[in-house]
Design a protein around this ligand. Structure first.
Ligand code: ADP
Ligand code: MG
Length: 275
């Protein structure tokens, strides 16, 4: 019998891996012009390295606030966020961030937009260019490296932003409704593109969405948040095999997850159905 090969760290099941993110007792209150607004209340969440976790919740429940605190761009006041066992109290250069609106520079080509990362970080440009081209190829944009943002569709622009965020191989990707502004078919394609990139780059993904099927399709776990002040209502494990395929969305197990999540939000009063 052949000797058992040790399992490489990135192929170990998620539950057997170390925590990448540990959020403890996190609350956030803003002092707005109309008085105090409690955005988040007592968030406790641990995320393993390599896990894909979606945060699902209605508008205004504090999802972006949570992501901004994870990035270190917004200070915490109550509670604690640890990333890689380090207290987050300043912007985290290891994190890649993608927002709903791509923030591409109109006067730079797709390739030059991606290379901004390398310029800021003073990385080796030959290496960076090779990686940028490889990333463009993975999202089927190899023929568009010389195109300017205005020559690209919304979906293509967003692919370029994702490539830019991935250029420096961030161990952590923070994505705030990255596909929210795209039409349904483009959105499907970008979900697949993202999963392909995840399979190829070992990273933890913290993904915000208010789409129930999107959260199920992409994730290992879905964190369900209540309306403001955002609390974690439930965490659902998504036990679907990978690679994920679009046809899985019609399978009974997927539909059961959709039903379960919809029911939780109905219970929270998120949907009003009478008319
Ligand atoms: P989501 O991303 O889930 O839609 P946000 O995190 O953007 O929600 O906002 C959560 C709540 O916190 C909202 O009520 C919003 O008005 C409030 N909020 C967010 N940022 C600020 C800020 N800088 N100042 C005051 N209130 C804010
Ligand atoms: Mg938001």
């Amino acid at each position: 019998m052949p000797a058992t090969e040790p399992v490489p760290a990135n192929q170990a099941p998620h539950h057997a891996r170390a925590d990448h993110i540990a959020i403890t007792g996190l609350s956030k209150t803003f002092n707005g012009r109309q008085g105090k607004v409690q955005a988040l209340q007592d968030i406790n969440l641990n995320i393993k390295r390599g896990e894909f976790v979606s945060v699902l919740g209605p508008s205004g429940c504090g999802k972006s606030t949570l992501l901004m605190m994870l990035s270190g761009l917004l200070p915490t006041n109550v509670g604690r966020i640890m990333v890689d066992n380090k207290h987050i109290d300043a912007p985290n250069p290891d994190a890649g961030i993608v927002f709903q609106q791509d923030v591409l520079l109109e006067w730079r080509t797709a390739l030059q937009n991606i290379l901004i990362q390398a310029e800021i970080r003073k990385s080796d440009m030959t290496e960076a260019k090779a990686r940028a081209r490889q990333l463009l190829k993975m999202v089927s944009l190899e023929d568009f490296e010389g195109s300017y943002p205005k020559e690209l569709s919304g979906g293509m622009r967003q692919r370029v932003s994702i490539c830019r965020a991935l250029l420096h191989k961030p161990p952590l990707m923070l994505m705030d409704e990255p596909f929210g502004a795209l039409d349904a078919m483009t959105r499907d394609q970008l979900q697949i593109d993202l999963l392909r990139l995840c399979a190829d780059n070992e990273m933890t993904v913290f993904f915000i969405t208010h789409s129930i099927p999107e959260a199920i399709f992409l994730s290992d776990r879905v964190v369900v948040m209540s309306p403001r002040p955002g609390r974690i209502e439930q965490i659902i494990d998504i036990d679907l095999p990978r690679p994920r395929r679009l046809a899985m969305r019609e399978e009974p197990k997927f539909i059961e997850y959709t039903r379960e999540l919809t029911k939780i939000f109905q219970g929270l009063g998120v949907f009003r159905e009478e008319y």
